[in-house]
Design a protein around this ligand. Sequence first.
Ligand code: SAM
Length: 285
Amino acid sequence: MMQRQKSFDQKQPCLYLVATPIGNLEEITPRAISILKEVDVIAAEDTRNTRKLLTHFDIHTRLIAHHKHNERTSAMGLVQLLQEGKQVALVSDAGYPLISDPGQVVSEIVIQAGFGVIPISGANAMLNALVASGLPAQPFMFYGFLKPQEKEMVRELHALKEYPQTLIFYEAPHRVKKTLERMLYVLGDRRMCLARELTKRHEEFIRGTISEILDICEECKGEMVLVIAGNNDKKERMVDMAGVHQMITDYMEHGLSSKEAIKKTAKELGLSKNELYKSYHALHS
Ligand code: SAM
């Protein structure tokens, strides 16, 4: 059912999704501080981390835990608080809740329960990395973390290989070498930017090719974002792969085997049959 929310005209309490700094504590807005002071409860991914932030800004609001592993139960608890008339803010350890952080489930449940969900702007690692990467800022695809296991990661990368959008990934420093090796193997030696320690004293942008950055990545410490050029090499790769995959599925629904459907689609669109086979099966097998 359609639902309209006028954020500044709420008669009931709301859930505020408050972005917090990703390093530099000056990167929090006055509005975020006011909201964190005014709400009745702050639900946090890690109460110890958030306590430090609150202490820094002299905020004394009640703090409760909202972990990813019990997100549904915790979400029901937050809905109950809203039903009791309490204003609630959700924060993660850094940046925006929901963005590779807890918050998806609670937002959906709160919306279903008929309460407002209001974003409070602030810092976010992927956008800082993207805008300073030197790569096209539009269109882009934010992927978050790839799966760490080799097979899974390679499969995910195969599914992304044809996309023309600039690709943005979060990664941990101890995994970056393996990840770049797999990217080089699946995506080829594309232009990229490794953005690390954003907003902090050691903030750095390393712009080059995947192979160049692979050579020096072991010396890169701290939190990092990988921004990878999209696939713009061939005309065929500018196509909308979701639409192409749908075409294959449609042919299969009309009785073709997956092999026949892929062959027919590739022929009609002038695409490589083998590439299409790999990208379709990476997503659908
Ligand atoms: N919610 C956050 C956001 O809005 O950006 C992201 C949280 S996610 C659990 C943590 C990952 O974000 C890190 O592993 C890293 O890839 C990226 N990240 C967070 N802070 C960063 C920073 N200051 N510099 C570079 N990357 C950062």
